[in-house]
Design a protein around this ligand. Structure first.
Ligand code: PXL
Length: 271
């Protein structure tokens, strides 16, 4: 099977405005040539970094969707999880792994609940605990440093060295056998990923651009997934995804405060 013959199911929210979750994953994975199926966990007016948002939880509809999927016999080779929003959806995600997996399936989980040392609006430690349980089902996890700290009960720091990062990776590997790709690792004025697979650590570190923008984690996870499926190399996929995010940040004007402009970079790749 060619990598682009793999069918991806991405499970995350649909934020109508804000360039995150499904409105990022769907165009990116599709542009890379993957048939991308979606399971929306919730519909929000916009993401939760705006002052206000509406929220429609889709837990009950997911049950309906699953029963029809069963009848239609659907199965997916790849699962990419992002923002789930509620613990009930974690249980439903586990059911999707059990009921709709094709042979050789791969599970990539981006825990999506915190950044910059803080939980996103609407999350609490119960959710974090449940996510620490869910990630044991993953093949690859892509938490940022804040999420890795919450998941492992490690103190969040803004200044640290490799020892601290190694400690985080050790703690993650006690929670899950998954390969860990920790994003937003800052070392010596640079930024990138720390990757732990089978006890070995690798770093993919590059230039740190000024400012920080919403949605970069979702862009990273989508590009990383697509690149990993085609290259089978964690470091190549992390490097390509970081470079993509950096290109997006360079295209994002100061005035575009609520998200990251990724569309122009996707379009440029087509030329
Ligand atoms: O980008 C992560 C994300 C996804 N979905 C929703 C969010 C956030 C981050 O705040 O609010 C709804």
């Amino acid at each position: 099977m060619q990598s682009t013959d793999k069918k991806i199911l991405t499970i995350q929210d649909l934020s109508c405005v804000g360039q995150c979750s499904l409105t990022v994953a769907l165009p990116i994975l599709s542009a890379y040539g993957y048939e991308t199926c979606v399971l929306p966990t919730a519909v929000l007016s916009n993401h939760t970094m705006f002052k206000k948002w509406s929220y429609l939880d889709l837990t009950s509809e997911v049950e309906n969707i699953y029963s029809v999927w069963k009848e239609n016999g659907f199965a997916f080779e790849v699962f990419l999880l992002g923002y789930l929003g509620k613990q009930s959806l974690m249980q439903l995600a586990e059911r999707a792994f059990d009921e709709f997996s094709a042979e050789g399936r791969l599970i990539i989980i981006d825990p999506v609940f915190a950044d910059n040392g803080k939980l996103y609006g609407g999350f609490d430690m119960e959710y974090v605990k449940a996510m620490a349980h869910l990630i044991r089902r993953a093949d690859i996890i892509v938490p940022n440093v804040t999420e890795a700290c919450f998941l492992t009960g490690t103190e969040y720091k803004t200044e640290y060295g490799r020892e601290y990062v190694e400690g985080l990776l050790d703690a993650l590997s006690k929670l899950t056998g998954a390969t860990a790709v920790v994003t937003g690792v800052e070392l010596g004025g640079m930024i990138g990923e720390a990757i732990r697979r089978d006890g070995k650590t690798e770093y993919v570190i590059g230039e740190k651009l000024p400012g920080c923008r919403h949605g970069t984690g979702d862009i990273f996870a989508s590009v990383f997934t697509a690149e990993y499926l085609s290259s089978n190399s964690l470091t190549a996929a992390a490097g390509a995804a970081s470079a993509f995010v950096q290109d997006c940040l360079r295209q994002t004007p100061e005035s575009h405060f609520y998200g990251t402009v990724f569309e122009k970079i996707l379009r440029a790749q087509r030329r």
